[in-house]
Design a protein around this ligand. Structure first.
Ligand code: NAI
Length: 241
């Protein structure tokens, strides 16, 4: 039986598009109170906490508001992230490197650091951090993206084992080819790149963001209570080859 999320407060970053937007919709459909965070407006009639998750000031402000308004947090979906143009080292400036790491990795660390004390007080809390197949193998992005996603997996494992005995669970999702605005370039023109990606994927297709949202809901539910510090690929078999 599906779990009731009615009493749960769920934070989702990257909520305005793609996977984050699908997560927001599914959690809301399942009764959760959702705190939607993005630097862009969210195309739904719901309250948006608008700002840049890589900025410490914004995270500080966000959690002040969360404490005042909800005074609890049950589930955090660290979903916001950006691609790096598949650039190798020689084409990656130090600024670009730092920006990718700040947006993809440090934002997650800052949010975890704020949410964790609230969760520890509740003796319960769940993190679902967005990694990628680029967190497991090379070639899913450039050097900065791949480094950031590998680091998210390491951070999540350590977070989990440091606090598992105190009611905290942290896991990563590692998506493969998901059809979202992030990959719009692959579908541009005759969509040759998108066709190539589908061809290279054992399942021979792209996935919809809603499929990643379904996995998120499972990892955020008590049905997955024994899944700790894991990376769950949802990649049509890409990393199984
Ligand atoms: P998307 O581009 O459709 O959505 C990302 C959202 O994050 C956007 O609404 C954007 O405004 C927001 N965002 C980006 N930087 C932000 C910042 N600094 N502050 C606040 N919000 C920010 O991308 P998609 O595909 O939904 O990706 C979501 C996550 O899934 C990312 O972490 C991405 O790396 C990961 N992922 C996506 C895959 C795919 O094939 N689409 C594959 C593997 C991982």
């Amino acid at each position: 039986m599906a779990e009731d999320f009615t009493d749960k407060v769920v934070l989702v970053t990257g909520a305005a598009s793609g996977i984050g937007l699908a997560q927001v919709k599914l959690f809301k459909d399942n009764g959760a109170t959702v705190i939607s965070v993005d630097k862009n407006d969210i195309p739904m009639n719901i309250e948006t906490f608008k700002g840049d998750v890589s900025q410490a000031d914004f995270i500080e402000e966000l959690f002040t508001k969360i404490k005042t308004k909800y005074d609890r947090i049950d589930i955090v979906c660290n979903t916001a992230g950006i691609l790096d143009g598949y650039s190798p080292v020689t084409e990656t400036s130090l600024d670009q490197w730092q920006n990718i790491l700040n947006v993809n990795l440090t934002s997650q660390f800052m949010i975890i650091k704020k949410a964790l004390p609230m969760m520890l007080k509740q003796d319960k809390g769940i993190f679902v951090n967005m990694a990628s197949i680029a967190g497991l193998v090379a070639d899913g992005g450039g050097v900065a993206y791949t480094a950031s996603k590998h680091a998210i997996i390491g951070m999540t494992k350590q977070l989990d084992i440091d606090y598992a005995s105190r009611g905290i669970r942290a896991n990563c999702i590692a998506p493969g080819a998901i059809n979202t605005p992030m990959n719009a370039a692959d579908f541009a023109g005759d969509g040759k790149m998108a066709k190539w990606v589908a061809e290279q994927t054992p399942a021979k297709r792209w996935a919809k963001p809603e499929e990643v949202a379904e996995l998120t809901l499972f990892l955020a539910s008590d049905r997955s209570d024994y899944i700790h510090g894991s990376v769950v690929p949802i990649d049509g078999g890409w990393t199984a080859r």
